[in-house]
Design a protein around this ligand. Structure first.
Ligand SMILES: Cc1cc2nc3c(=O)[nH]c(=O)nc-3n(C[C@H](O)[C@H](O)[C@H](O)COP(=O)(O)O)c2cc1C
Length: 184
């Protein structure tokens, strides 16, 4: 079935809260690849408190906002740096909240593209994240693999992507994700 073009919405989740984060820059560069009629929203996870089962009823407002944003998304793009050979605590914390059954986020089967930028490598962090996405029963794209290393050489001082090869790779992610979403 062909979709209404205007109905597509992709949400970006960034594993770094740093103002000039390379991963944020990667997501914003991805957004620029999207056709004009595909909406992109970068989620704000900076106000989400540490997960605590005692605080689930009612859920904190930033968690409910994130849930609603994710529910409105046809697909997610997650970009995270590698911290000590895993992905970041802020991202894991957000995932723990949104994974809770009583919150009711509609994640199962949702396509998700993973990417990451760091200094040395992001392969291990992506592998860990992939395992967690499996637990959430999300539909992780296997290709293209986006692992941006030596990030200081590929982004400017304000986190804007400057590397042509990575730009090209993001175009392929866009093509793959839109194909999964049967766009146009
Ligand atoms: C606690 C911590 C652990 C890190 N561990 C790694 C690592 O395992 N591998 C790596 O390539 N970079 C590591 N780094 C460096 C990050 O890749 C670098 O800070 C990167 O810019 C973070 O991404 P961002 O620009 O999106 O914030 C680490 C940084 C921090 C703060």
């Amino acid at each position: 079935m062909q979709r209404e073009k205007s109905a597509l919405h992709i949400v970006g989740l960034c594993g770094s809260l740093r103002k000039f984060s390379f991963n944020r820059g990667l997501l914003l560069a991805f957004e620029e690849k999207l056709p004009e009629d595909v909406k992109f929203t970068l989620a704000d996870i900076s106000e989400i408190p540490f997960f605590n089962e005692d605080r689930e009823q009612p859920y904190p407002e930033p968690v409910v906002k994130l849930k609603e944003l994710l529910d409105s998304a046809d697909a997610l793009v997650v970009s995270t740096p590698e911290y000590n050979l895993s992905y970041t605590a802020v991202l894991k914390n957000a995932i723990e909240w949104i994974s809770r059954r009583s919150l009711g986020a509609r994640l199962a089967g949702k396509p998700v593209a993973l990417m990451g930028a760091a200094i040395v490598g992001v392969g291990v962090s992506q592998s860990h994240l992939r395992d967690v996405m499996f637990a959430l029963n999300m539909n992780v794209l296997n290709r293209p693999i986006v692992q941006v290393v030596n990030a200081r050489e590929k982004f400017d001082s304000e986190g804007r992507l400057t590397d042509a090869a990575t730009q090209e790779l993001l175009g392929k992610v866009k093509d793959e994700l839109l194909a999964v979403l049967r766009y146009p």
